[in-house]
Write a new protein. Sequence first.
Length: 189
Amino acid sequence: MSIEQTLKERSGGICELCGASENLGVFEVSPSDGSADQAVYLCATCRTQIENPADLDRDHWRCLGDSMWSQTPAVQVMAYRLLSALGDQDQLDMLYLEDDVKSWAQAQMLKTGSTEETSGGVTRDSNGTALNEGDTVTLIKDLEVKGAGFTAKRGTVVKNIRLTDDPKYIEGKINGSTIVLVAAYMKKA
């Protein structure tokens, strides 16, 4: 059985992201080994927007609220990447991915063009969501602030962050002190 036939059977003959039934085709979820397990069956609208992420239409992607619950890892990966590109933190917070699926999803995120730093890297939070200058984040673990004599507790909100030259770090104010924080210990609020 061909990959397209396998995907058509798996999807029930509809787009695995939006549910459309016309202009369907195979879309490999990179990095891919070319198997049906690492591909999704998508309509032309979904494929076009994924290939041109700078033109994502938020209204079209409301369908991700349903498709993110798919049991198919390749569909979960695409839902994660799209939700991240759209900056939909609420839905990302609800999406649970196994560690290997999350690693696959983060291996090649969609680039919308609006969140890249001049250094070429994108600052991302613990969920892989792109962070921008002025965002509000929440600490996901207690952090000892060296030299300031206090511990920033999990759940502390840091408003109006600033990006640094290194995409691994952000700057923010906690207890009146401006400190450098590891972006991986943050969650976009």
